[in-house]
Write a protein that binds this ligand. Sequence first.
Ligand code: CP
Length: 307
Amino acid sequence: MSPWKHKHLLGLSSLSKKEITRILDEAREFYKVLERPIPSVPALRGKTILNLFFEPSTRTLMSFTLSEKRLSADSLTFSKTSSSIKKGETLLDTVKYIEAMKIDGIVVRHSSAGVPYYLSQRINAFVINAGDGAHEHPTQALLDLFTARRHFKTLKGLKIAIIGDIKHSRVAKSNIIGFSKMGASVTVCGPPTLIPFGIEKMNAIFEYDLKKAIKDADIIYVLRIQMERQENGMFPSLREYRELFGIAQQNKKKGSIIMHPGPINRGLELTSSMADAPNSLITEQVKTGVAVRMAILYLLGGASEKI
Ligand code: CP
């Protein structure tokens, strides 16, 4: 197998279809590892990974932490609230001084788009974007692609409908890029104020009517309503949003599935009966996330030639 050529993972826009397939194929091997009685391998023994989260996270932080342990890496987690950021230390100083303790890789989540790129230009460790502002959340999209490919056997020709706040969603951006690169067709649906201008340039079709958007969809991908955005009056009310865009029933497409990146606002963008329905892969998404992040850490932490 040829060496992985990227030093960092900042977004899916810089990966080719072949490279995305490579990550998904590596993840399939790690998924098998996770099924073993002892679900770990020594691949990253001696490496140290810093989880640098400036925003709250349950799934991504736990998933990366577990992936690092399953690969036998040393793992440390930075907490903004108990750090010297509180005393005015800059982001770059914080990272540089932690890196001096011999850190090989940094997994970073930040509310500002571009922070992973900024750090990647200034430190020696490899950088993985765990979500930056409204820009990208590449590892979420990769685990979504993995989950969908595992279920449907192929991504080519699938129809995915992404419902919700597309404009502010890094998950939507990475998934539009990822699914369209892999040959799926992407429809987005939500209040027009939450659809980015020029969405068609991203290879996605906009459909305002929810019923039409999900009618033929193999995957109904529901986004979290970002309550913090509602303060800016992006749509009239939560009640209206639920009525127009909340997923409360199945479509008629045989074999269709429900996905959601979490956390779910139950009863708002998605009813509990739909979130917990037999065709919901939401728990599976969380499970596959560990294998996918192991694959990414393995490729970045173990590759010999990197650009
Ligand atoms: N999907 C996702 O990023 O969830 P967390 O915010 O809990 O990490």
